[in-house]
Design a protein around this ligand. Structure first.
Ligand code: ADP
Ligand code: ZN
Ligand code: MG
Length: 478
């Protein structure tokens, strides 16, 4: 049987670190980094006799996430202990939620080649993050850092509705975008603020779903895609050889491009879940949920619709810009300054996106603001600088953001629009290129472009291209 006869089934458990100021059960800061074991207290270090106190913001953020993903919000929910031993989990249990999660039965819509598709969410629950093990290359041992222990997480569990790596990427991006818009997580994937456990199985259509394997803690789109592709092939090979897929937890290794078995899959019963006795039940009033519902900001989909109507962007551009709250906010604050949506759109879609790609920078890390981008557009619109100088100004904005006007003054990049000066350049270039004059007269219009290009080179991009064009034409027609 060939590979194409198998159907791929994927379900995701996405963990997002919440951007509350303090941890879920104590008042330590959640801030990323810091010297190991400096963001800790007796509670998150699990000293005997300490008691957790639930951070109300965590509930609020999780409810926000649930409402933004069409979930039902439980009026009556609770925390449970998930028992397991791990060196970075000093309590030997994680406070999570088992049978009464805060949010259930939601969905998000993703774009696929075949159109829009709903991906169902089983649940969203709150839990605490564990610490981190730093493997010591010198001593050969491992060191425990508890700064992350007790950082609040939401876990968003999808139904097995995804069918390909492309759909998975689209889904992850949608979740990321929604969480950014409602400002409950910074979703920095490199810092592990957003990560996914990826469950993959294959089966033949018409037959029951196959046994799944789970790849833990994936935090880059590229690795997720590679890991899924590898795992699909591996599972099909096993089945084709008459073997059986074991339900297990795998580790994806980016360097070798393979998955490795970490452990047999544990079942819920292995965790011996039971209600957390140190915390009270979470009871939410209608009024509380209503207030949060009313506080939800505009979400990516409706922002996109607005852009299509208000600014007449193309569907593709509107998708790219609104997918990221940060790009979208940049867009809006820039057009407030320059009132030129078309040009701001072009800067974001072409040059800014290119630089983000080349430098692997996330939009949240863009160092300049909309005011500066807006001013750059104004300088071009007024003819103070050419758009090629504009590109250099943009690079400066990424390097060392400041007022674009200051940049061009400091660098001497102001456009030459003085007729006398332009004429001087035109004459000089014409004298140096008699062949181009002949070509133009013989009907080769391309020669004009070449001459303008030479003049731009001569003036280091500072000459006003429109004036150059006109003056060359005038001279050539003499
Ligand atoms: P656990 O915590 O044990 O991993 P969960 O029920 O929390 O279990 O999550 C299971 C995940 O696996 C869900 O995202 C679900 O959609 C997915 N899943 C379940 N069955 C399959 C399957 N046959 N193939 C792929 N994914 C599956
Ligand atoms: Zn603490
Ligand atoms: Mg799991």
């Amino acid at each position: 049987m060939s590979k194409s006869e198998y159907e791929v089934i994927i379900g995701l458990e996405v963990h997002a670190e919440l951007s509350t100021k303090t941890k879920i059960f104590c008042s330590c800061p959640t801030e990323f980094g810091g010297q190991p074991n400096t963001h800790v207290c007796p509670i998150c270090m699990a000293m005997p006799g300490t008691l957790p106190v639930l951070n109300e913001k965590v509930v609020e953020y999780a409810v926000k996430a649930g409402l933004a993903t069409n979930c039902e919000i439980s009026r009556d929910s609770k925390n449970d202990r998930k028992n397991y031993y791990y060196p970075d989990l000093p309590k030997s249990y994680q406070i999570s939620q088992f049978d009464k999660p805060l949010c259930e039965h939601g969905y998000v819509e993703i774009d696929t080649e075949a159109g829009k598709k709903k991906i169902r969410l089983t649940r969203i629950h709150i839990e605490e993050d564990a610490g981190k093990l730093n493997h010591d290359d010198f001593g050969g041992g491992s060191l425990v850092d508890l700064n992350r222990a007790g950082v609040p997480l939401i876990e968003i569990v999808s139904e097995p509705d995804l069918r390909s790596p492309e759909e998975v990427e689209s889904y992850m991006k949608k979740i990321k975008s929604i969480l950014e818009y409602i400002e409950v997580s910074d979703c920095k994937m490199q810092e592990g603020s957003l990560r996914a456990d990826v469950n993959v199985s294959v089966h033949k259509p018409g037959e029951p779903f196959g046994t799944r394997t789970e790849m833990k803690n994936m935090n880059s789109f590229r690795s997720i895609t590679r890991a899924i592709e590898y795992e699909i092939e591996r599972q099909i090979d096993v089945l084709e050889d008459g073997g059986k897929i074991e339900q297990e937890t795998l580790r994806w290794d980016d360097v070798s491009g393979k998955t490795f078995s970490m452990r047999d899959k544990e079942d819920a019963q292995d965790y011996r879940y039971f209600p957390e006795p140190d915390l009270v039940a979470i009871k939410l009033s209608e009024e509380y949920i209503e207030t949060i519902k009313n506080s939800l900001p505009e979400l990516p989909e409706s922002r996109k619709q607005r852009y299509l109507e208000e600014y007449v962007l193309s569907e593709k551009d509107a998708n790219i810009i609104t997918a990221s709250k940060y790009l979208s906010d940049l867009f809006e604050s820039a057009i407030k300054i320059c009132n030129n949506p078309k040009s701001v759109n072009n800067w974001i879609i072409s040059d800014i996106s290119r630089i983000l790609n080349e430098t692997e920078m996330e939009p949240i890390a863009i160092p300049f603001d909309g005011k500066q981008l807006g001013k750059l557009v104004i300088l071009i619109d007024k003819g103070t600088i050419s758009s090629s100088i504009g590109k250099k100004v943009l690079e400066e904005l990424f390097e060392n953001p400041r007022d674009p006007e200051e940049i061009i003054k400091e660098k001497g990049w102001i456009q030459i629009s003085d007729e006398g000066a332009i004429k001087e350049v035109v004459i000089k270039i014409l004298e140096a290129n008699p062949q181009s004059i002949a070509d133009f007269k013989a009907g080769k219009d391309r020669a004009l472009g070449f001459l303008v290009g030479q003049a731009m080179k001569e003036t280091k991009g500072k000459a006003n291209p429109k004036m150059l064009n006109e003056m060359f034409l005038e001279e050539l027609k003499k």
